[in-house]
Design a protein around this ligand. Structure first.
Ligand code: GUN
Ligand code: ZN
Length: 483
């Protein structure tokens, strides 16, 4: 195996990194456009010039093609497609599961993928549909695992991917992931998620992906199979997905759909082209609609915005602003918002992967209270050493008779003045206090008081906060300032 993965920057459970396949390097997160040799909408060479470092194509299509089969074997995929980056080949499992009978064996597809000089070879996994019962999912998974082991035994030197299946059953997903981890795979696609994404089941997607991530090593490069719409990339990266493959750029173009990072629009309904790519700046909406090259031009635009979103995500990870980007993107569809809330419900898991310091924390409403930084802050704060009498001062003013005075910043909670300049307190921007964030800060106070049973705490706050404090912190001594 000559696949390796190296993480550079982290944010939430997302990361930027480098996937090395032989002597080739793919910067991650990355998008692999799906290339179909029968539908040459954008040449792979042109994609390369747009910054594409890897693509994915389907071995099954090549194997059944009278036009391309022999050429692929003789010339190899790189020459045939005229692409010198990384080429991943899919086994066609997914097509087979959608379109019918299996006419290919695991050994055949593995042999063929190597014969056409694929850089990353995928065994014939079984994508279990979300509606399958547990027993079916378990049986499918057992076959998938058997094929992965067979692939390893037959071709110990191949650059094999280890797909993670298991349907919607989180224990099966975690077990499958642990099994491929134990087999030593550094590259793992998470499969059978297309039907979840197509039906906007983002909450289930979160459960399935996080279950798989729990079983995998953090050093594994994770590909989310079949995820091609940029509106959910940031969200998926936050969970720890590193690669996506997109047929959407082409499929949407065929249907006259114009992709934006916020969602897709029908070209027929557009009066303007709100994008900076050369297609959108070179044509009016009307000209694009009427162009004989409309499908290709639309595909070019779609691919441009998809790649730009990947670049934006990489930058956000370096800056530590991925939560803000996720928040932005997930507000564009109520089902994505539901997925985002599910993600926040797993903040305690995600916190373990998150980095220590970030450029900033912008409060963007109630969801921000659930962020990993808040979870971590409240865990950390309960560990500070304190005297016998402690005042938590909302307005920053001290009072006689206390050993320590802590300040208070919602949504985080109480903190010693020495931490005023450190992340997240010092680099967070919050609007005027609202109930939601102050309640969240009170949860921080509860953690602190629970961790110091021998200390007497008091809160000093303005009269406006008194009812909320009484509700959130019953029994706590309160010094109310009339202001
Ligand atoms: N493409 C989309 N989903 C899948 C999957 O689960 N397995 C494979 N091999 N390819 C896919
Ligand atoms: Zn454009």
């Amino acid at each position: 195996m000559s696949i390796s993965f190296e993480v550079a920057h982290k944010d939430i459970a997302g990361r930027t990194g480098r996937l090395r396949v032989g002597s080739k390097v793919v910067r991650t997160p990355a998008l692999l456009p799906v290339v179909n040799p029968h539908i040459p909408l954008i040449a792979p060479r042109e994609m390369r010039e747009m910054g594409v470092e890897a693509l994915i194509t389907n071995a099954y299509i090549f194997n059944r093609s009278t036009e391309f089969r022999e050429r692929a074997i003789e010339e190899g995929l790189h020459a045939l497609l005229d692409f010198n980056g990384v080429i991943m080949t899919d086994s066609g499992s997914f097509q087979l599961s959608v379109y019918g009978d299996v006419e290919v064996t695991n050994r055949e597809t593995l042999t063929f993928q190597q014969a056409i000089d694929s850089d990353i070879v995928i065994p014939l996994d079984i994508p279990t549909p979300p509606g399958a019962d547990r027993e079916t999912a378990r049986r499918d998974l057992a076959i998938t695992m058997e094929r992965i082991r067979e692939a390893r035994t037959l071709f110990p030197d191949a650059n094999l991917a280890g797909p993670v299946q298991g349907g919607i059953y989180t224990d099966l997903r975690e077990g499958a992931a642990a099994a491929v981890r134990d087999l030593g795979f550094t590259f793992c696609p998470i499969g059978a998620v297309v039907p979840l994404m197509e039906s906007y089941r983002y909450r289930d997607l979160v459960r399935v992906v996080l279950a798989a991530k729990r079983g995998l090593s953090p050093a594994t490069c994770v590909h989310l199979f079949g995820a091609g719409h940029p509106s959910m990339f940031a969200f998926a990266v936050a969970m720890g997905c590193d690669l996506f493959d997109s047929a959407a750029y082409a499929l949407f173009a065929r249907e006259g759909r114009y992709i934006t990072p916020q969602g897709s629009l029908r070209l027929d309904e557009l009066a303007e082209l709100p994008c900076a790519c050369r297609v959108c700046r070179g044509y009016t909406a009307e000209e694009l609609r009427c162009s004989p090259e409309r499908e290709r031009l639309l595909a070019l635009h779609n691919l441009h915005v998809t790649l730009a979103e990947i670049a934006r995500i990489r930058q956000a990870i370096q800056d530590g602003t991925l939560w803000e980007l996720v928040d932005d993107r997930c507000r564009n569809h109520p089902r994505l918002l539901a997925g985002y809330r599910e993600l926040l419900a797993h903040a305690a898991d995600l916190e373990r992967h998150d980095r220590v310091s970030k450029r900033r924390f912008f409060y963007r409403g109630a969801e921000s209270c659930g962020r990993t930084e808040v979870v971590r802050f409240q865990q950390t704060i309960s560990r500070i050493a304190l005297g016998e009498r402690v005042l938590i001062s909302f307005d920053g003013k001290a009072m006689p008779g206390f050993d320590d005075v802590l300040l208070f910043k919602p949504p985080f909670g109480p903190y010693p003045p020495e931490l005023a300049e450190t992340f997240p307190v010092g680099q967070s921007e919050i609007p005027d206090w609202d109930d939601e964030m102050v309640r969240c800060g009170c949860a921080g106070i509860r953690r602190l008081t629970a961790a110091h049973p021998g200390t007497r705490f008091a809160v000093r706050c303005g009269a406006a906060w008194l009812p909320l404090i009484r509700e959130e912190l019953p029994g706590l001594e309160v010094h109310c300032e009339q202001v």
